[in-house]
Structure formats: structure tokens, C-alpha cells
Design a protein around this ligand. Structure first.
Ligand code: UD1
Ligand code: CA
Length: 513
């Protein structure tokens, strides 16, 4: 059973590509457009990578924003790109191919950025009749539920613009929400840099998220000026312009101020990761997963879990990883794009692109690389590495082995310290081992080679030829004992004295050694 919020269901709107997690209130009317602002460089990140591409919990910052925006089922989703636009556009195309981009050549402010998005839509002949929601690409904690609440407030109150606000402990850097003393109505947003001392004392801030009437927004953006401390077109000025023209300006206060945090530097990036990780772990725990130590457990937003899974300390669950019912993972384990079957045990392991079957056992200290598939009750034990290998039900590779490019049948045992020699220096080759085989310790299987069902191989064998079903293969040098060699070649040594003592001692009867 997956937690309900992970299960995609149709949102009920006419757009089949917009699955929506259950339990999130769906706005009655899909917005005409959502505009995501992602053109800035993010100077304070001090990074060669554009700010919105930085990652937390398995998605880029802008990726989280797009997922939340999609929950509104907008008719159009437009991202404004500018700084390193090709790189940002390429990223957007991989995570959400339906996203359109508008190009903002120079970052002349948030108002200018939105103007570029509306011009892009107008140029393509697309209507902006109805609601246009604007979000910043650097607010990864924003949820679809909060966006839906904003859109609902906006339409219920019949506003020209509704701003999402929050009361924050430290408002430094944010635009302040100025309200009318008597009515409490929002009159303006004043940027920190432009604010007076008394305005800076206000703790209600602009989240940078708005719902607008699309046509009124387009008109007002044409009237925004640049006579402010940064010489930019501020989107926030649209509020004052609409209010002065007699339109309704509203506000929707976020329940949790942490949700609207904008990421500007790496300290805020780490804070946001911690908040989102806690949120995801809380959801997993409420869905029936035991997380022994939430403070040392990291989970991506894309991970899915079933009830009674147990996650031990120091575990990272990444990408499309899935934990089956009652499995146990960790401690000190990193699983990426890995499926763990019901009741399986994965201990001190790194796995990437692997499938661990039901009740299978992995580790401690195993490394499963892409294409590893362990069947029911199979085992990849201690210091075992596997790659592109299919291991049948009940088959065990218990100790110190490398299994690469192989297919192994059911109920077979691979002896300790064996290597599937898959690489001849130029190409990789495949090894096939049948069912119910017992291969000896310290075997080299030089691929391509096939071991038939029920076959045995002797310890220390280098298997270069196929082994027929039911045969014993012995492929090693014969042992030769040269008696008295130590006494002749190492006279007087400790070894020689021990050997001499052994020759004088009465023989130990068999069974008493
Ligand atoms: C903005 C708001 C501020 C609010 C804060 C919330 C304005 C004028 N200020 O300030 O009131 O409290 O967000 O986090 O709107 N961007 C562009 N093109 C531009 C400028 C910005 O696409 O020309 C994008 C950035 O990439 C970023 C977002 O807009 O994703 C916000 O820009 P940023 O410079 O971070 O604005 P703040 O100063 O934080
Ligand atoms: Ca910001």
C-alpha cells in the first residue's frame, strides 16, 4: 500500500496529463496560465550553475515549483528564462516537456519578466483571459495545496490581484506588505531596499506568488516604472496601480511561513532541504513506515514507500526508489532508483538502478550497480558487487565476489571470492550459470561461458570452457608436495624448527585435531 499522497489520480480537469495527488484541494477553475520566474542568475549562490537548477530532495528548485504549479492544472505553463537560458531550458524540457519558455534577455526586474511571459503567450495567439498565477522559481517548499488556496481566494473574492503573504520571524530582504490601518486592506508592497524604517518593522512579507486577472495584469504591467532603488520593473508595483484604478486587491496568508521561503544562498538551500526532508519523512511515517532516526535519513520527493518498511539511521533514498511492505533498509545505505521487494533486507549497501526481490538479502557492504535483479529470497552478501546481473530465486552469492553481465538460475550457490570475468579489454561478455549449481570458492568464470544446471566446479578453478549439466569442472594446477624442502633450503629457521618438532611428536589420531 502506497501512502495516499503518492498515488497519482486524475484531477478531474480536462487535461489528462495533469495527475494530482489525492487529498489536495483542487481549485474549481484551472488558471489560464502559471508563470514561473527563472531568469535570474542567483548571484548569492556563488555558483557556476544557475540558482534554479540547484537541487534539494531529488529535484531542482524550479522542478519543485513546476510540480506544485502542475497541481493547479493550468492551461499554459510558462517559465521565464534568461541567465544561462539554454541550460535552464534544456533542464525544463527534460523534467516537463510541456513547459513553454519566454526569453528575458536582460533581468530588468520581476515585472519585466512577467511582461516577457505575457508577450510570449500573446505572440502565440494564446488567451490570458482568466487567472494568471505568478510564482518564483526559487521557492521549492511551496505546495500545490497553498497555490490552490490562493487561486480559490482570488476567485471567491473577485480580486484583480491576490498576493500570497506570510508572517516571518526575520523579514530582511523581503518586500513588505503595507496594509490600511483602518480596513486592513493591502495598499502596497514596498521592497526592503526602498522601505522606510517603520515599513521595515512590518513582518508580513510578499512571498513573490500572486494570482492576477490576466487582462488587468497585462494592462498594469505597461504602467510599471523603474524609479526605484534597483532601477527595475517591479511586479509588486502592479498592486498599487490596480488599487489606484479602483480594482480589488486581496491577500492570502500562508499557514506556514517556511513554505514560501525563497532560496538566495547555500545556507537557505540547506535549510530548505531539511524542511522538505522532514515533511517527506513525516508523510512516510504517517503512511506506516518506521524511520528510526529522521535526523540522519534523507529521502527524495520521488521515493515511494509501503507500510511497515523500516529505515535505519544514515540512509539516503533517492530518485525512483521504492520500499516494499515490511522491508528493512540501512543503516548506512544509499539507494538510487532501486526497488526493494516486500520483506527484503538491505544492510550497509549502495545500490543504483537495482531490483531487490521479495525477502532477498543484500549486504552488509554490498554494491549493486545498474541492471542488477535479485529474485525471491536471493542473496548478495558481504563485499559483493553486481552489475547487469539476473540472480534467480533462492540463489546465493554470499561473500567477496564480483558478478557482472551474468544470468544465474535458481537455488544456485556461488562460492566465496569468485569473479565473473566479463571484460577482455575490449568488450564485455556474458556468463550463464544454471539452477541448483554449486560453484567452488575462488572461481574465475571467463566469459563468454555457460555452466549447465546442477553442475559443480572445484575451488580455485579458472573456468574458460562450458560445463555440461551435472558435471564437475576442475580447472587448476595439480598439487605437488616437496618433502624436506624447508630443512634443506631454510636450515635453522623458525619454520625448520617447527617442522622438526612436528616430525618428533606422536601423530595426532584422526578426529582429535
Ligand atoms: C522578490 C520580490 C519581493 C519578495 C521576494 C520573495 C519583487 C520586486 N520583489 O524579491 O517582494 O518578498 O521576491 O522571495 O518582485 N527574476 C527574473 N527576472 C528578473 C528578476 C527576477 O526572472 O528580471 C526571477 C528570479 O530568477 C527569481 C525571482 O524572479 O526566481 C525573484 O527574483 P529575486 O531577485 O530573487 O527577487 P527578490 O529580491 O528576492
Ligand atoms: Ca528571491
Amino acid at each position: 500500500m502506497r501512502p495516499p499522497h503518492y498515488a497519482p489520480v486524475s484531477c478531474g480537469c480536462p487535461h489528462p496529463k495533469h495527475p494530482k495527488p489525492k487529498g489536495i484541494p483542487v481549485s474549481a477553475n484551472c488558471p489560464a496560465a502559471v508563470v514561473v520566474l527563472a531568469a535570474g542568475e542567483g548571484t548569492r549562490m556563488k555558483s557556476a550553475m544557475p540558482k534554479v537548477l540547484h537541487e534539494i530532495c531529488g529535484r531542482s528548485l524550479v522542478g519543485h515549483v513546476l510540480v506544485a504549479a502542475r497541481e493547479l492544472s493550468p492551461l499554459r505553463l510558462v517559465a521565464v528564462v534568461g541567465h544561462e537560458s539554454e541550460r535552464v531550458s534544456a533542464h525544463l524540457a527534460t523534467i516537463d516537456p510541456e513547459v513553454r519558455t519566454a526569453y528575458q534577455a536582460q533581468q530588468n526586474g520581476t515585472g519585466h519578466a512577467v511582461r516577457m511571459a505575457l508577450e510570449e503567450l500573446a505572440g502565440a495567439g494564446d488567451s490570458i483571459d482568466g487567472t494568471v498565477v505568478v510564482v518564483c522559481g526559487d521557492t521549492p517548499l511551496l505546495t500545490g495545496a497553498t497555490l490552490a488556496r490562493l487561486a480559490d481566494t482570488h476567485s471567491a473574492e473577485g480580486n484583480a490581484v491576490t498576493v500570497l503573504t506570510a508572517e516571518v520571524p526575520d523579514a530582511t530582504g523581503y518586500g513588505r506588505i503595507v496594509r490600511d490601518g483602518a480596513s486592513g486592506a493591502v495598499t502596497a508592497i514596498v521592497e526592503h531596499k526602498d522601505a522606510t524604517d517603520s515599513q521595515r518593522a512590518i513582518r508580513e512579507i510578499n512571498s513573490g506568488v500572486f494570482a492576477f486577472d490576466g487582462q488587468l495584469l497585462a494592462d498594469a504591467l505597461g504602467k510599471v516604472r523603474t524609479d526605484n532603488s534597483q532601477g527595475e520593473e517591479y511586479l509588486t508595483d502592479v498592486l498599487g496601480i490596480l488599487r489606484e484604478a479602483g480594482h480589488r486587491v486581496g491577500a492570502c496568508v500562508a499557514d506556514d511561513h517556511r513554505e514560501i521561503a525563497g532560496i538566495n544562498n547555500r545556507v537557505q538551500l540547506a535549510d530548505a532541504r531539511r524542511v522538505l526532508n522532514d515533511r517527506l519523512l513525516t508523510e512516510a511515517m504517517l503512511a506506516g513506515v518506521t524511520v528510526v532516526d529522521p535526523s540522519s535519513t534523507w529521502i527524495d520527493a520521488t521515493v515511494t514507500v509501503e507500510r511497515d518498511a523500516v529505515v535505519h539511521p544514515g540512509t539516503q533514498l533517492q530518485g525512483a526508489t521504492h520500499l516494499g511492505e515490511g522491508c528493512e533498509v540501512g543503516p548506512n545505505t544509499r539507494l538510487k532508483d532501486t526497488t526493494v521487494g516486500a520483506g527484503a533486507r538491505v544492510d550497509n549497501t549502495v545500490a543504483d538502478g537495482a531490483e531487490v526481490g521479495e525477502q532477498a538479502s543484500v549486504g552488509p557492504f554490498a554494491y549493486l550497480r545498474p541492471g542488477t535483479r535479485l529474485g525471491l529470497k536471493a542473496k548478495a552478501g558481504t563485499y559483493v558487487e553486481m552489475k547487469n546481473a539476473t540472480i534467480g530465486a533462492g540463489t546465493k552469492v554470499p561473500h567477496l565476489s564480483y558478478v557482472g553481465d551474468a544470468t544465474i538460475g535458481e537455488q544456485t550457490n556461488i562460492g566465496a571470492a569468485s569473479v565473473f570475468v566479463n571484460y577482455d579489454g575490449e568488450a564485455k561478455h556474458h556468463t550463464t550459470v544454471g539452477s541448483h549449481c554449486k560453484t567452488g570458492s575462488d572461481n574465475m568464470f571467463v566469459a563468454p561461458v555457460t555452466i549447465g544446471d546442477g553442475a559443480y566446479t572445484a575451488a580455485g578453478s579458472v573456468i574458460t570452457k562450458d560445463v555440461p549439466a551435472g558435471s564437475l569442472a576442475v580447472a587448476r594446477g595439480q598439487q605437488r608436495n616437496i618433502e624436506g624442502w624447508v630443512a634443506r633450503k631454510r636450515p635453522g629457521s623458525a619454520a625448520a624448527k617447527a617442522a622438526e618438532a612436528a616430525s618428533r611428536a606422536p601423530e595426532t589420531p584422526a578426529g582429535e585435531g
